[in-house]
Write a protein that binds this ligand. Structure first.
Ligand code: PGA
Length: 325
């Protein structure tokens, strides 16, 4: 078998599939004697007949059937190899349009940065907007991929979780609840609350958490960004609930505390999503594989940046005072 060529296998596969030497010759644009010679050589290599002729029809022998199966496997592997090569070429000059919800801005640009270092030819764009706007973009198929805190029920998407997104209760460092253990949500609901704007995914999640316990937060102010909320918490305007990711890297030093509240942190997830039936690009596909390693990539990065002995993105169950440079 070692001397049989790919061409011989191709000829054999074509005859076996079409059940005819003539049609195989036509398909491969070869003269019929050439086809016969190739099969003769291949049969010599195998050492057993591959075809049996009964009347005008040809049939595969047992050895022929085994070889046919082997050919299918070999050609399938080749086809896969060819796709891989095409993908690799695509990654040299592809484009990636990513849209993420506001809170994902604390990690998505860093992930993108690392991805771009891996694929320097890839051109990326990043749109940051709140959940409501993001869903509009998703429906209109404006981007390759989306990152959000909860896959939309109302839109048919392919969505998968890839990273933890714990929600924590934040208060100023001198707040009376800072050293209390297992504070109830009912007690939290008595405090002035700082809420994200309408259309925010964080806000939807928080409203659900309160309403599940028949509670309502005492909203004192609505603010359009996580940054504004953190500053307002520090300023003593109220407490809030935000993703722990908002405390990464640029958290104001030692001025915010994460309260120890029953059932918190609430373990949400980050999801990627795209419209069902969308044929995603080679680059988008590569980014999705990359996202599967997101916890590792981000933990590595956070540890490099955090001066104190813990990583802000690593999930902690105990309350902590955030002190990050
Ligand atoms: P948001 O979304 O930034 O719009 O609040 C965050 C989320 O859905 O978790």
């Amino acid at each position: 078998m070692r001397h049989s060529t790919l061409r011989q296998l191709e000829v054999f596969e074509s005859i076996a599939r079409l059940g005819s030497f003539t049609r195989a010759a036509e398909e491969l644009c070869l003269a019929q004697p050439t086809v016969s010679i190739q099969i003769k050589k291949l049969t010599g290599e195998v050492g057993l007949p591959l075809f049996e002729q009964i009347g005008k029809k040809i049939y595969l022998t047992d050895a022929g059937r085994k070889l046919y199966q082997t050919c299918s496997d070999v050609f399938e592997h080749f086809a896969h190899f060819e796709t891989t090569i095409a993908d690799m070429k695509g990654l040299k000059a592809g484009k990636l349009k990513l849209a993420v919800v506001t809170t994902a801005k604390y990690f998505a640009p860093r992930l993108l940065g690392m991805f771009c270092r891996q694929y320097p030819g890839v051109d990326v764009s990043l749109k940051v907007t709140n959940r409501e706007r993001l869903l509009e973009r998703l429906i209109n198929n404006q981007d390759d991929l989306y990152i959000l805190g909860q896959p939309p029920k109302e839109i048919d998407t392919v969505a998968q979780a890839f990273l933890e997104n714990p929600l924590v209760v934040l208060a100023p460092i001198d707040h009376p609840l800072v050293n209390k253990k297992k504070v109830t949500l009912k007690r939290i609901a008595e405090e002035p609350f700082l809420s994200r704007e309408l259309g925010s995914g964080t806000r939807i999640a928080i409203e659900r958490i309160f309403s599940e316990q028949g509670l309502q937060p005492k909203t004192r102010m609505e603010l359009g960004s996580n940054e504004a909320i953190k500053q307002a918490v520090i300023g003593g305007l109220g407490i809030s609930i935000l993703s722990r990711h908002t405390l990464a890297l640029d958290a104001p030093m030692g001025q915010l505390a994460v309260l120890d509240v029953q059932d918190f942190p609430i373990n949400r997830q980050w999801y990627y999503a795209y419209l069902s039936g969308k044929k995603i690009s080679v680059v988008a596909e590569a980014f999705l594989s990359y996202l599967k390693q997101a916890p590792k990539h981000l933990t590595d990065l956070s540890c490099h940046h955090a001066e104190v002995g813990h990583c802000p993105l690593i999930h902690e169950n105990k309350p902590s005072i955030i002190s990050i440079k």
